[in-house]
Write a protein of this length. Structure first.
Length: 338
């Protein structure tokens, strides 16, 4: 009797183990299939033509792979998820605007951030992130977060009156963004207007200081054809001449000359045109607020709003006036349906 009972126990134990092993292997199989499905879903099925500026080569890339490399190049992956989703929509909008309007390049878009959007291959970004001290796990999670943001916003672009917009963006503009017309032209772009902005004060480039000597300031302006001479007395009288509506510097007075703040920004590497200036002996000191041209979406602001619970569509509607978020695919775009 005892023997039969023991036998039954052993058989039951073996059966139980078998069931557990089968269940586990099935779970692994399901997980593997799910993973495979996720990989397949990430590919968009549409391609774009990317011009590599360094080699002049044109490459055909999957649309979503292109967006992954752009979003990962343009915004830190440890920003809030809703801010990353907003950047994904902005990157897609920027691309489709280029596909439609790019007549200068023999491709849809190029990899130069100053001309189109920043594009660095994900393998190169992984190397950069690793050198910055991110762990393999951080990097993996960061990439997955961006991929999810791209898939979840698949096909979404920003439009104004049915037309795809020029989705400009920048890093930071504490307090207020800028009208596009105040910087590049006098033409009003109705969806790129200055709006109030709230930004996390811990952003490391929120404020910055540039100190430039009299000699460097004078010689740089002369070498670039802005002035012919500058006496030390005129240097000591340099002052802000005009502000834009949103409170950035528009021009400064240098002797009898009037210099655009945007030109100063590029000549002397100022982070933005939102600055105060003072003369300290034979130096000029610029105290700068924010980073970038200030037009359109502010990335630090998007992150701050996301932290306070705003969704990506609310963030987009905040920075781009009277726009809509529309759904398209690249084929529609190429056929000129939008
Ligand atoms: Zn380009």
């Amino acid at each position: 009797m005892k023997l039969r009972l023991a036998f039954l126990y052993i058989v039951s134990a073996i059966l139980f183990c078998l069931i557990v092993v089968l269940a586990l292997s099935n779970k692994n199989k399901v997980e593997e299939e799910k993973k495979e499905e996720e990989e397949i879903q990430f590919e968009s099925g549409s391609t774009i033509q990317l011009l590599r500026n360094t080699t002049g080569q044109i490459e055909t890339l999957d649309l979503n792979y292109y967006l992954l490399c752009v979003v990962a190049s343009e915004i830190p992956f440890n920003y809030e998820y809703e801010a990353i989703k907003a950047q994904a929509i902005v990157a897609r909008t920027y691309l489709f605007n280029k596909i439609k309007n790019n007549k200068e390049e023999n491709a849809d878009v190029c990899d130069n951030y100053a001309h189109c959007q920043a594009f660095t291959d994900i393998s190169e970004l992984e190397r950069i992130w690793k050198n910055k001290g991110f762990s393999q796990e951080d990097i993996k999670q960061g990439e997955e977060k961006i991929k999810r943001a791209i898939v979840e916003t698949q096909g979404e672009v920003i439009t104004y009156n049915g037309e795809i917009i020029d989705a400009l963006f920048h890093a930071s503009s504490p307090e207020k963004t800028e009208d596009a017309s105040a910087i590049w032209s006098q033409i009003d772009i109705p969806y790129l207007r200055a709006v109030d902005n709230v930004e996390d004060e811990s952003y490391d480039k929120r404020t910055s200081t540039n100190v430039i000597s009299y000699a460097t300031f004078k010689n740089t302006l002369i070498d670039n054809g802005y002035i012919t001479d500058l006496s030390i007395d005129d240097f000591k009288n340099i002052h802000i001449n005009e502000y834009t509506k949103s409170g950035r510097v528009k021009t400064i007075a240098v002797g009898s000359y009037c210099i655009k703040a945007e030109n100063l920004r590029s000549l002397f590497g100022l982070n933005s045109t939102n600055f105060t200036l003072k003369i300290l002996g034979e130096d000029i000191e610029f105290n700068v607020l924010g980073y970038g041209h200030g037009v359109g979406l502010s990335q630090v602001g998007a992150n701050t709003y996301a932290k306070s619970g705003k969704k990506c569509d609310e963030i987009i509607h905040h920075y781009y006036t009277d726009v809509e978020i529309s759904n398209i695919n690249s084929e529609q775009m190429k056929r000129g349906e939008i």
